[in-house]
Design a protein around this ligand. Structure first.
Ligand code: GAL
Length: 692
């Protein structure tokens, strides 16, 4: 493996962002980039602590999958990345070209293109502004030049993306006289991206790629690769009101059956605990007198139960007593906060979950309140028995809860799929989807688009609707997301809450069910190749690498989704190069920029020329998803195309050992071909082709 090594001294003028510390005191930092895997370079500067985001995520890079991507050149001069350790902080500077655009930095809700923005990457509940305080403040960016960098530190990191102007700049801004020059700008041109990590050293990993997608793939694979949810996880979810009794849950599930609406998962909110918040993690005897019996009854109806929690312990509850010596200095809602970086603490919690939740059939968790707000979470000065401080715990508590719960499901060889309100770099290989209490439909879609740059999954959950129009538009977009869910914890809404649009809601939910083979194969790409299932347009080959498109996205390789928002009767859709076809009719939709005018009952969907979309009949629950269902392979347009149709047992990790089927679908000059690979016996047996 080639080693690129550059040694240089840093002088005061180099790093404007570090001006708080005297740069004379700065250590000379040696930056040695070592190519550890093809297109993947690592450096460690100064003395970074062993505790970082990836140490918490605790996954091995998927080395073979990265090797399979081959080599890619480094599109920048690595000598131009400057690092200095000043007064216990590490300042990093990346060069920016004039036309260069930057994406990523975690879950942003209003913006995709980040040049010109300032962040403090700080775990928090999203407060309505893209300033770094978010549920997933991932210190990873992707440059339109074709590289990306992960700053692997569990700290609040300051970022200025093209705002700071160094005296040493090679492309300084023009000085203008505001008195006379109208083009004076308070934000002069900046040719760099600067970051400050409050630690005396840092580890960074740089990923290259032949295109932006490949950069993201390398990052995802390096962090362990994406996940394949259990099949039931991709069905429809309904979260029930907080204090529901098990009989209410039965009635709710029956309602879905009577109204013929898909339902695979019911989420129980705080009321399943005997007390909350903080939580006891024990079943409430009144509302759920016989949880095991209840869960098994639900399971027999094809319904999986997901359990809400916040991970803070009810004082003097059973767990609190056992965990006492492993808890931090502060409480959250009077509940103790266990330090799950300590193996004994993990084991106590895991054993409890195992015995009281997993072994009686619960399918997963919704892990709430691990993000913020400052006013109720522990302060940065909090101490924890492992020695990690409040800031480190804040940045990683969500990750800790993901690894803790994932481990017990893995031990049972059972896949889970759940929700979490805090994630970070390294979350990609954990089966959790992020959500929050914010509720802007448009911003929810922008978050969905951003999630794909940072190894995250996001659900634009539906809770309430100001009108039937809003309701149906939200239902349509949530069905094209990682988790199709109504979160009725507060409002008690149902899919039929707005009867006038019920049919359209039903149609789109069933359409999701029909598309499950496509969606599942798209998640398989996430696992095998690191390709995010929900993608920004910039990740499509041939699409301009720079730009701000925050209201349309791709699901997998072939399907473009252009959600409609309240008040809109038509919208602009920017298509990647080539001809695109209307998903519903198969008719040519156009090329370049088009206008979609879909009516209230449809979400605009487009398929690329040669795009293949495999579909099954409209099943209500994933337990009906069998290999002998008639599978229709839709082929759009005239171009040649191919698709890897993936299938496995849908619930275990056996696929990791090769127990899956891959059916390669190919169309060449109008002729179809199906080739079966993989060692598993999960290939669809009743296949028909439909050429539009
Ligand atoms: C909130 C969460 C909601 C719901 C609620 C229950 O923190 O975001 O989705 O679970 O708690 O109290």
């Amino acid at each position: 493996m080639k080693t690129i090594s550059f040694i240089f001294l840093l002088c005061m003028t180099l790093l404007h962002a570090c001006d708080r510390g005297s740069m004379e005191q700065s250590q000379s930092a040696q930056v040695t980039w070592k190519e550890t895997l093809p297109g993947t370079y690592k450096t460690s500067v100064g003395n970074p602590p062993a505790f970082n985001l990836l140490s918490v995520a605790n996954r091995e890079p998927r080395a073979q999958a990265i090797k399979d991507l081959g080599n890619a050149r480094v599109p920048i001069d690595l000598k131009e990345i400057k690092v200095a350790v000043v007064n216990g902080r590490t300042c990093i500077r990346f060069p920016l070209d004039k036309e260069e655009q930057i994406y990523g930095f975690g879950l942003n809700f209003k913006t995709i293109a980040q040049r010109g923005r300032i962040f403090r990457l700080h775990m928090d509940h999203y407060g309505g502004e893209d300033n770094g305080r978010t549920h997933a403040p991932v210190p990873f960016f992707v440059s339109s030049k074709g590289y990306g960098v992960l700053v692997n530190a569990a700290r609040y990191i300051d970022v200025s993306v093209g705002t700071a102007v160094s005296k040493a700049s090679k492309n300084p801004p023009v000085t203008r006289d505001r008195n006379t020059d109208k083009s004076w700008d308070a934000q002069p041109y900046s040719d760099n991206l600067e970051m400050v990590v409050p630690e005396a050293g840092v580890e960074m990993i740089l990923f290259t790629g032949k295109n932006l997608m490949e950069v993201v793939q390398r990052f995802n694979l390096y962090c362990g690769g994406g996940i394949i949810p259990p099949k039931w996880g991709l069905g429809f979810w309904q979260r029930t009101p907080t204090l529901y009794h098990e009989n209410d849950v039965r009635t709710e599930a029956a309602g879905f059956e009577q109204n013929s609406f898909p339902l695979d998962v019911v989420g129980l909110e705080p009321g399943w605990h005997s007390k909350s918040y903080p939580c006891t993690f024990e079943w409430d005897q009144g509302r759920f007198p016989e949880p095991e019996k209840f869960i098994s009854e639900m399971t027999s109806k094809g319904i999986h139960l997901n359990l809400w929690m916040n991970p803070y312990h009810w004082p003097d509850g059973t767990l609190d007593k056992q965990l006492k010596e492993f808890t931090g200095s502060h409480t959250v809602w009077c509940g103790t906060v266990a330090d799950y970086t300590i193996p004994q603490a993990r084991k106590i919690m895991q054993d409890h979950f195992q015995k009281n939740q997993l072994d009686i059939g619960a399918s997963g968790f919704k892990i709430d309140e691990v993000d913020g707000f400052d006013s109720w979470l522990w302060p940065d000065g909090a101490t924890f028995p492992s020695g990690h401080d409040g800031e480190q715990m804040r940045q990683t508590y969500g990750l800790q809860m993901m690894t803790l719960t994932d481990e017990i499901f893995r031990k049972k060889n059972e896949r889970t799929y759940g929700l979490i309100r805090a994630a970070n770099a390294g979350s990609v290989s954990y089966p959790y989807v992020i959500y929050n209490d914010y509720y802007s439909h448009k911003d929810f879609i922008t978050a969905l688009i951003n999630s794909g740059f940072s190894g995250l999954l996001w659900t634009p959950e539906v809770r309430a609707g100001g009108s039937s129009e809003e309701w149906v538009r939200r239902m349509q977009s949530v069905c094209f997301s990682p988790m199709a869910m109504i979160n009725a914890w507060a409002d008690g809404t149902k899919p039929w809450s707005f009867p006038e649009v019920y049919k359209a809601c039903q149609e789109v939910a069933f359409l999701r069910m029909q598309l499950l083979p496509y969606l599942y194969s798209t998640f398989a790409q996430y696992y095998f190749e690191g390709k995010p299932p929900f993608r920004a347009m910039q990740l499509v080959d041939g699409f301009p690498a720079s730009g701000e498109i925050k209201d349309q996205y791709m699901v997998g390789d072939n399907l473009l989704v252009a959600p409609m928002f309240t008040g809109e009767i038509e919208r602009k859709v920017i298509l990647p190069p080539g001809q695109w076809f209307d998903f519903y009719t198969g008719k040519l939709a156009g090329e370049g920029t088009i206008i979609a005018k879909p009516g209230l009952d449809k979400i605009p969907l487009f398929v690329r020329d040669g795009g293949i979309i495999p579909m099954i009949p409209a099943i209500r629950q994933t337990l009906e998803w069998k290999i002998d269902l008639p599978l229709e392979i839709r082929v759009y347009g005239k171009a040649d195309g191919s698709f890897n149709l993936y299938n496995d047992d849908g619930k275990t990790f056996n696929f990791e050992n090769g127990d899956f089927s891959m059916q390669r679908l190919e169309v060449k000059e109008g002729k179809e071909k199906l080739q079966q690979t993989g060692s598993g016996e999960f290939g669809y047996t009743r296949v028909s082709w439909r050429f539009f």
